[in-house]
Design a protein around this ligand. Structure first.
Ligand code: HEM
Length: 489
């Protein structure tokens, strides 16, 4: 032991607490001889190292997180009875994990990809998770298509790379994707940092007030830092030079006390208006127009504390669209419905059956009380408490109060298409978005899209893809056709 070190931590020990005499030489059978199986220090160290990784998230593997505070700034009690929203000025602790979607854990941050926006509110009525993106819409509208869609974004089974053929084959055969694709290949497709982008709950959710009145709601988080994006060229350079660019930016800004914040807004639709709204309000490929349902500011979200340990608090963090609190519930959106199952299932596989008990995941402002017990990693927190209900030993009891209100249903079960409302088709909002863009942005959109489409090997896929954009806007389709033809000369 050298004098130059601070030795106050005490000696190294094995997992069972026995002091370790040598952490640099393994125990050998004689000088220069083979190693001994009795060297517990070596064996334990190698075995633990082999088990350091857990499966990465099947999507959104790459991300960064931070704790923060949500503060209510407007009275919304006429819309929801959720306690954390019950009073102006009320503060709730939060944890937000940002991510990209398609890349693996070791990928780069500066990619053209939606950004995940997974926000946990540690409320006194349990954790409320809002697991959205930095985009208000999505590529598809039915959960059953999600694994196929993601397979086209991830690596091809034969080439091991993302393939333009697969991406455009799927998108061109799923015309409902045109709106989200237009968004993604526009300027906002590569945010300059996690701080300089908006967040969205994306789906429609239910709010219900004390009187049982129901509303449909969409969440928007408007960045107070202003929107900043990267061009494709800037991103290509940054991804190579600093793959951790967004993660570093977030951590450093919080370290220097420059806390990023977002203005929290909602669009609110009285439940009865859903049936006649011009677009199906439960179709995730569509937005609700601001002119129909103006955004109302209800709060402020600030991120102000970095996690101490990335593995424990970010890699093992879990968020589920099924984590609701009283006053908030799901809508019949077919994507959201599928997600209500998918996340808990992923957590049980990826982090284990006791994932909810980890410090980052468990409720902070209340405690979990139920008869679920044991399983791998169980820490015995319940001691001798009874593990069943009902019981007459003072155990926890059911409330008889559903978290959200009932939904009216009718008709026969079936593999129905999402019902179309008066102005619904796959292209109308994509066309609107294209025409909203400045000429410069349209130029960049065409360049970004054509650069990617031109890599497709089959003409029929290219034609089908361009035909979809032309249905959104004739000029959009024409310009793309010219740009792609030019690149393929
Ligand atoms: C039915 C469609 C979908 C399915 C089946 C699905 C499934 C999954 C799964 C299995 C994970 C990994 C969870 C984990 O291991 O912890 C995940 C992560 C994530 N998904 Fe989805 N997803 C769907 C659609 C969406 C949509 C529409 C959005 C946003 C609007 C979204 C946003 C996210 C985010 C932000 C994460 C990362 C959560 C985190 O930071 O831990 N997903 N998704």
């Amino acid at each position: 032991m050298s004098e130059q070190f601070d030795n106050t931590a005490g000696p190294l020990t094995t997992e069972s607490g026995a002091p370790i005499s040598n952490n640099n030489q393994s125990e050998a059978a004689g000088v220069g001889g083979p190693l001994l199986i009795q060297d517990q220090v070596l064996l334990e160290k190698l075995a633990h190292f082999n088990r350091e990784r857990i499966p990465e998230r099947v999507v959104h593997a790459r991300g960064a997180g931070a704790y923060g505070t949500f503060t209510v700034t407007a009275d919304v009690t006429k819309y929801t009875k959720a306690k954390f929203l019950s009073q102006v000025g009320k503060e709730t602790e939060t944890f937000l994990r940002f991510s990209t979607v398609a890349d693996s854990l070791g990928g780069a941050d500066a990619r053209r990809d939606p950004r995940g926006w997974a926000l946990k509110f540690y409320t006194e009525e349990g954790n409320y998770d809002l697991v959205g993106n930095n985009t208000p819409v999505f590529f598809i509208r039915d959960a059953i298509k999600f694994p196929d869609f993601i397979h086209t974004q991830k690596r091809d089974p034969y080439t091991g790379s993302q393939e333009a053929d697969n991406v455009w084959d799927f998108w061109s055969l799923s015309p409902e994707s045109v709106h989200q694709v237009t968004w993604l290949f526009g300027d906002r497709g590569i945010p300059a940092s996690y701080r300089h982008m908006d967040g969205f709950g994306s789906h429609t959710f239910q709010w219900v007030n004390e009187a049982g009145e129901q509303f449909w709601v969409k969440y928007h988080f408007k960045t107070d830092q202003g929107i900043k994006n990267l061009t494709q060229d800037e991103a290509n350079k940054l991804a190579g030079e600093d793959p951790d660019s967004h993660q570093r930016d977030l951590r450093e800004s919080i370290e220097r006390g420059d806390f990023p914040s977002w203005t929290v807004q909602v669009q609110i639709m009285p439940a009865a208006e859903a049936a006649t709204y011009r677009y199906n309000p439960f179709d995730l490929t569509k937005v609700w127009l601001n002119e129909d349902y103006p955004r109302i500011t209800i709060g402020k979200l600030e991120l102000n504390r970095n996690p101490e340990n990335i593995f424990a608090e970010v890699e093992q963090s879990i968020f589920s669209p099924a984590h609701f609190v009283p006053g908030i519930g799901p809508s019949p959106d077919k994507m959201l419905q599928g997600r209500l199952f998918a996340y808990g299932d992923a957590h049980r596989y990826r982090v284990g059956i006791n994932a909810d008990h980890l410090p980052v995941n468990r409720p902070h402002a209340t405690e979990a009380r139920n008869g679920n017990r044991d399983g791998q990693g169980y820490d015995g927190r319940h001691g001798r408490q009874k593990n069943y209900e009902p019981n007459s030993f003072g155990g926890p009891y059911e409330t008889g109060q559903p978290l959200w209100g009932p939904t009216q249903v009718s008709g026969l079960t079936g593999e129905w298409e999402t019902p179309k409302h008066a102005e619904d088709d796959d292209f109308v909002q994509a066309g609107k978005l294209y025409r909203l863009m400045s000429e410069d942005e349209q130029d960049r959109l065409i360049a970004n899209l054509s650069g990617f489409i031109a890599k497709v090997s089959r003409e029929d896929i290219i034609e089908r893809a361009i035909a979809n954009f032309a249905k959104a806007d004739e000029n959009y389709g024409k310009r793309l056709a010219v740009a792609v033809a030019e690149l393929r000369k």
